[in-house]
Design a binder for this molecule. Structure first.
Ligand SMILES: NC(=O)C1=CN([C@@H]2O[C@H](COP(=O)(O)OP(=O)(O)OC[C@H]3O[C@@H](n4cnc5c(N)ncnc54)[C@H](O)[C@@H]3O)[C@@H](O)[C@H]2O)C=CC1
Ligand SMILES: CC(=O)C(=O)O
Length: 479
């Protein structure tokens, strides 16, 4: 499909019409690119993607928006429909393409593509279908916009944010899930309704999973600066715990109810994501409950898990997590929510082996070379490692070696890698993409490092070969 844009200025015969309408002033310099040109990509132009796109456009949050979808006619129809509203909207360049090259140089990539829930279906049920799609979506986004922020919306949003983080190789501050920003808005609406105040004056957070195990932070709710529960206690006004629980239940059931009634949710998520886009791109430093890498916060352990915590957002993505005080009960609920998400992640481990070439290209750039054809060399090297190691069960793990690893011994014994998460792997570096199967014990039985010349400085590529130690290798590919 041809790129469709709302700002074409070419007339018949390639004449630039804009130049015929305006006469340059004497002594004027040619126009320079504007300093603050922002570009947003939205992947998936379904109910959610279009609600987000139209809210972003009406709120004048970007200079350029690129829409991507797998369905050509739907994409073309949606973009034309939006372009036809140009006379009523802030000026924005609207592009649409099936090709991710059109997303290049985006500041923010919002991913909404994917299956959605049927009435009554849980978000977690969508996991395997949407992980499969993400393998084709995230690597090209990362390749064409290596400095962007990725904002994940598709469900289950917390696990998919983790997947997007792994597939992109981005630092954790630049991969964010829309998380419970929406749940918190539902929560604030319900509290405002109970107290007959404006929802914007209610400060209240839902944290944890964007889903059934979410946690309501009752202890920190305030209205117009008044902490609600301690105020009620001070005034000796009795409130039923059950009333609070029912409000939280209504938040959790909110999405199910809308889906039962109209088939999908769209407007609220549109506004929710637009508010995140504003805070990020306009460097607002506002606090939003969004899905972040939460390991280590509030005693959350057991693996790398993304879930929602109130975080400060700005041009660099996540600027920090707010130190909100949680009661013991709230902490316990949050850790349980983390457990729910981690269980889903562990089921996935055998699923996230993504396309090696795409991942490498996203690190090293499209013209990378290693003594000839880069991608062939990589697959050869992979095979070599595999064949040389008789007892290898699976080849996995690609990333950049950190400086102090280069020139190290290439062979390791079982002692190097401990049972458990990949952080124990000696060769991990910040750019390491991933070695999956965190739930299994692995030993690294071989690895190689190659110098690869990409568009920038030469980098070292590590290819390692792992062997499971706990007898569960039958579950792995290549068996
Ligand atoms: N995080 C949140 O708070 C919310 C998340 N969602 C989630 O957002 C997702 C989208 O929901 P809807 O827009 O209602 O669904 P939809 O079915 O209307 O739209 C999905 C779109 O994704 C496109 N798509 C599928 N595979 C693709 C691929 N490989 N590349 C590009 N595009 C592809 C489809 O063609 C379709 O246009 C669902 O996973 C839903 O559960 C929905 C509401 C709130
Ligand atoms: C569908 C969904 O995740 C929501 O509206 O909360």
């Amino acid at each position: 499909m041809h790129k469709s844009t709302s700002s074409s200025s070419l007339g018949p015969g390639g004449l630039d019409l804009s130049k015929t309408f305006f006469t340059p002033i004497d002594g004027g310099a040619p126009s320079s690119p504007t300093k603050r040109h922002t570009k947003i990509t939205v992947v998936g132009v379904g109910n959610v993607g279009m609600a987000i796109a139209q809210t972003i456009i009406t709120q004048d949050l970007t200079d350029e928006i690129t829409l991507v979808d797998a369905k050509e006619d739907k994409l073309r129809g949606e973009v034309l429909d939006l372009q036809h509203a140009a006379a009523f909207l802030p000026r924005v360049k609207i592009n649409a393409s099936l090709d991710y090259a059109a997303t290049a140089h985006s500041d923010l990539c919002i991913v909404t593509a994917g299956a959605r829930q049927n009435p009554g279906e849980s978000r977690l049920n969508l996991l395997h279908r949407n992980v499969a799609l993400y393998k084709h979506i995230i690597p090209p986004l990362a390749k064409f916009s290596p400095d962007c922020i990725i904002l994940v919306v598709s469900n289950p949003v917390d696990v998919l944010t983790y997947i997007a983080w792994k597939l992109s190789g981005f630092p954790a501050n630049r991969v964010i899930g829309s998380g419970t920003n929406l749940d918190s808005s539902r929560f604030r609406f319900l509290i405002a309704d109970h107290l007959d105040v404006n929802a914007q004056d209610v400060q209240a957070y839902i944290v944890g999973e964007h889903g059934d195990s979410s946690v309501a932070l009752w202890s920190s709710i305030s209205v117009g600066g008044v902490p609600v529960l301690s105020f009620l206690e001070r005034q000796q006004i009795a409130y039923e715990k059950e009333t609070l629980e029912n409000i939280h239940k209504e938040v959790v059931q909110g999405a199910y109810e809308v889906i039962r009634l109209k088939g999908y949710t769209s407007w609220a998520i549109g506004y929710s994501v637009a508010s995140l886009a504003r805070s990020l791109l306009r460097n607002q430093r506002r606090i939003h409950p969004v899905s972040v890498l939460a390991k280590g916060f509030y005693g959350i352990d057991g693996g790398e898990v993304f879930l929602s915590l109130p975080a400060q957002l700005g041009r660099n993505g996540i600027l920090g997590v707010t130190n909100v005080h949680l009661t013991d009960e709230e902490c316990e609920q949050l850790r349980n929510s983390a457990k729910t998400i981690l269980e889903e992640e562990s089921v996935l481990e055998a699923d996230i082996d993504s396309n090696v070439e795409e991942r490498l290209l996203s690190i090293f750039g499209p013209n990378s070379k290693d003594d000839g054809d880069f991608t062939n060399d990589v697959s050869d090297a992979n095979n070599d490692v595999y064949e040389e190691s008789d007892d290898a069960e699976y080849v996995e793990g690609i990333g950049e070696a950190s400086d102090d690893e280069i020139g190290e011994e290439m062979e390791y014994d079982e002692g190097i890698m401990q049972e458990g998460p990949q952080r124990n792997m000696k060769f991990e570096s910040r750019e390491m993409l991933f070695v999956s199967y965190q739930t299994y014990g692995f030993s690294v039985i071989n690895r190689t490092a190659q110098k690869v010349h990409g568009s920038g400085e030469p980098k070292y590529l590590v290819i390692c070969c792992c062997r499971a130690r706990n007898g569960e290798v039958k579950k792995l590919p290549n068996e």
